[in-house]
Write a protein that binds this ligand. Sequence first.
Ligand SMILES: [Zn+2]
Ligand SMILES: [Zn+2]
Length: 192
Amino acid sequence: MKLLVDRLGDSPRSESFEADAAWWETASARLPELGSADRRDFRFCVDAHRMGQDLYLGGVVEGQLELECGRCLNRYRLPLHESFRVVLEPAGDRSPAEPEAAAALARDGLCLGDDIETGWFRGRELELGPFLEEVVALAIPAHPVCREDCLGLCPQCGADRNLGECGCREARPESPFAALRALRRPSDQGES
Ligand SMILES: [Zn+2]
Ligand SMILES: [Zn+2]
């Protein structure tokens, strides 16, 4: 997934990349969520152009993830449609303070700043793989939920409450004050 800097002009140039086997191997080693996804579902569209000395990269990552819902534990498919934009400044003689960023600049010809919207580039050939991996990583939900109103599992019998009432009684403290008393008890004892 290489971008040739010399080919870029002032007007956007679109390129489309597929997730090749090498990229997929690296990305899925780092992102276990890709393990059950299909590489052929993933596609990267990149619009790139010059802005004076800088380079602008924008585009979208499309794909499909298969995740486990954190509430009901069912697996579900999540279509990804994650757009990105980053402005890269010429690195010149500068070297990033962070060793990881310095290594990326040397290896890929680009590195990102603190956020994913700015960075530096060097050379005529940019390897976009690790950058696109970062975009995918940010698109993966930290707490996957199959749907907003997923009812999850019954804490008593483990039944999927999306499928209907299981009949268990809700285990609730009698009053909010009872719960507070229970919380305070240990420290009360400590003081006496
Ligand atoms: Zn769920
Ligand atoms: Zn139940």
